[in-house]
Design a protein around this ligand. Structure first.
Ligand code: HEC
Ligand code: HEC
Length: 225
C-alpha cells in the first residue's frame, strides 16, 4: 500500500516535471514539497489536474487546520479524485475493492509528515502567486457571480462573498476560492452538503439548500476569478 502510493506520487511528480513550467524560484521549495506534495499539487501550487486543489495563495492557517483534520484517524474521507490520481499514475487497485479504512489509511499516508514539515510546506504554498482565473461557460459564470454576491435569499443560502471576501481571496477562517479548479469546488460543496467535511458548520448550513446546478454555477464563477 505504502509502496504503491509512493510510486504513484513519484510517477505523478515526473509527469508534472515534464509538463509544468515551474516558477523561477522552485529550487527554494522545501524538500517535502518537491519530493512529495508536488506530485499532486505542483511545486508552485498551481496544478492543472482538475480534481486537485490549487494551493498557491491558500492561507497557511486554514491549510494547517485542514492538514490536522486529514491526520485525525477519523478525518475527512478521501474522495474519488484521490483514486483517479492513483489510477492515472498507474496503480492497479480500483476504487471499488478498497474499504473505507483503507481509504482513510491512504489519506493518512498522503499527509503523514511531522507538523513542522507540514507547516513548512503549507507556508511555501501560501507564499506562491495565486492562480489566474480561467474561463468557461459564460452564462454559468454570470449566474454563479449572482449567487456569490447575493446568495439565494429565497432558499436561505447566504452570500458567499460575506465570508470569503468580495474577491473570493479569503477572509478569516474562510479560505481563498478565486481561481480554484471548478471540479474540486463542486466536489467539496457536495461533501459539505452530505456532512462529509467536518469542522465546517458554516458550509454545511450554506450547502443545505444550494442545489447542484447552483453549486456548479458558483464554481464556474470562482474558477474564472
Ligand atoms: C497523492 C496525491 C497528493 C499528495 C502527494 C498530496 N496531496 Fe494534498 N490533496 C490531495 C487531494 C486529492 C486533496 C483534496 C482532498 C479532498 O477532496 O478533500 C488534497 C487536499 C489538500 C489540502 C486542502 C486544500 C483545500 O483547499 O482545502 C491541502 C492544504 C493539501 N492537500 C496540502 C498538501 C501538502 C502540504 C502535501 C505534501 C505534504 C500534499 N497535500 C500532498 C492530494 C495529494
Ligand atoms: C457563514 C460564512 C460562509 C459563507 C456564507 C460561505 N462560506 Fe464557504 N467556507 C466558509 C468557511 C469558514 C470555510 C472553511 C471550512 C473549513 O475550515 O473546512 C469555507 C469553505 C468553503 C469551501 C472549501 C474550499 C476548499 O479549499 O476546500 C468552498 C468550496 C466554499 N466554502 C464555497 C462557498 C460558496 C460557493 C458559498 C456561497 C454559496 C460559500 N462558501 C459561503 C464560510 C462560509
Amino acid at each position: 500500500m505504502h509502496k504503491s502510493l509512493i510510486q504513484a506520487a513519484t510517477i505523478a511528480a515526473l509527469l508534472m516535471l515534464s509538463s509544468n513550467a515551474w516558477g523561477q524560484k522552485s529550487w527554494d521549495a522545501p524538500k517535502l514539497v518537491t519530493s512529495y506534495c508536488a506530485g499532486c499539487h505542483g511545486v508552485d501550487g498551481n496544478t492543472s489536474l482538475p480534481y486537485f486543489p490549487k494551493l498557491a495563495g491558500l492561507d497557511a492557517a486554514y491549510a494547517e487546520k485542514k492538514m490536522t483534520a486529514f491526520r485525525e484517524p477519523d478525518g475527512p474521507p478521501v474522495d474519488e479524485a484521490f483514486w483517479w490520481a492513483l489510477k492515472v499514475a498507474g496503480s492497479k487497485k480500483g476504487a471499488q475493492n478498497v474499504t473505507r479504512e483503507e481509504r482513510m489509511n491512504m489519506e493518512g499516508v498522503a499527509h503523514a509528515e511531522t507538523p513542522e514539515q507540514l507547516k513548512g510546506a503549507v507556508a511555501w504554498y501560501a507564499a506562491q502567486t495565486p492562480p489566474k482565473g480561467h474561463s468557461s461557460n459564460k452564462a454559468l459564470i454570470v449566474r454563479g457571480q449572482h449567487i456569490f454576491v447575493n446568495g439565494v435569499p429565497e432558499q436561505k443560502v447566504l452570500a458567499c462573498a460575506t465570508c470569503h471576501g468580495p474577491d473570493a481571496a479569503g477572509k478569516g477562517t474562510a479560505p481563498r476560492l478565486a481561481g480554484q479548479n471548478a471540479e474540486y469546488l463542486v466536489d467539496q460543496l457536495e461533501k459539505f452538503s452530505r456532512g462529509d467535511r467536518r469542522h465546517a458548520p458554516e458550509m454545511t448550513m450554506v450547502t443545505r439548500d444550494l442545489d447542484p446546478d447552483q453549486a456548479r454555477a458558483a464554481a464556474a464563477y470562482l474558477q474564472s476569478r
